[in-house]
Design a binder for this molecule. Sequence first.
Ligand code: DC
Length: 217
Amino acid sequence: MNKINIAIDGPAAAGKSTIAKLVAAELHMVYVDTGAMYRAITLAHLEQPDTSFETLVNAIDLKIINDNGQKIFLNGVDVSERIRENDITLNVSYVASQKAVREKLVGIQQEMTAAKGVVMDGRDIGTHVIPDAELKIYMIASVTERAERRLLDNQQRGIEANFDDLVKDIERRDHIDMTREISPLMKAHDAIEIDTTGMTIEAVKDKIIQLARKINV
Ligand code: DC
């Protein structure tokens, strides 16, 4: 397959990371979860709340290792699991709306995609980070299904969760992500929308693989 980039955007808990990881593995591409990068900055901010975002993003050492999944290191410490906890999820949309944070992370993401061969998921990948991506997917699902998926995911990670709180948190984050001033979440004009409500992971993955193969014939 020729080298292409695939951008997968959509609201919180729509299944982007799960699918992006599988698509990348099957197509021998590199998977990048950009939400994890915003989560790592959120952890740094919670640890140093008095530091300005500009100083914070310029001082931290953020390393992303993409090898059969993604590991993220903040100042030399593996924070891949820590960044899934509730305090991070509650604060991440606010941190992700900061100009200094977005500029820094978008720069890193654009470097990671320059040589192509990347499946990158997030909120502004098709609209802003790689607007020239060969394939753009906009993945959505009903709020109840997204909350159910997040509940299962949290239970598997041993994170305390309750369905009603998850619904509220997903709606709150969608609102912040969609209405923020800088590169809000929206469907790129050339993105293909997939509503994953009621679809199996396998079916969504197969659909994207099919679309990717069509580009490369
Ligand atoms: O995908 P996630 O839930 O891990 O993302 C966490 C937050 O990061 C999400 O609420 C919005 C923000 N985000 C963003 O603004 N831009 C991205 N490209 C990825 C995530």
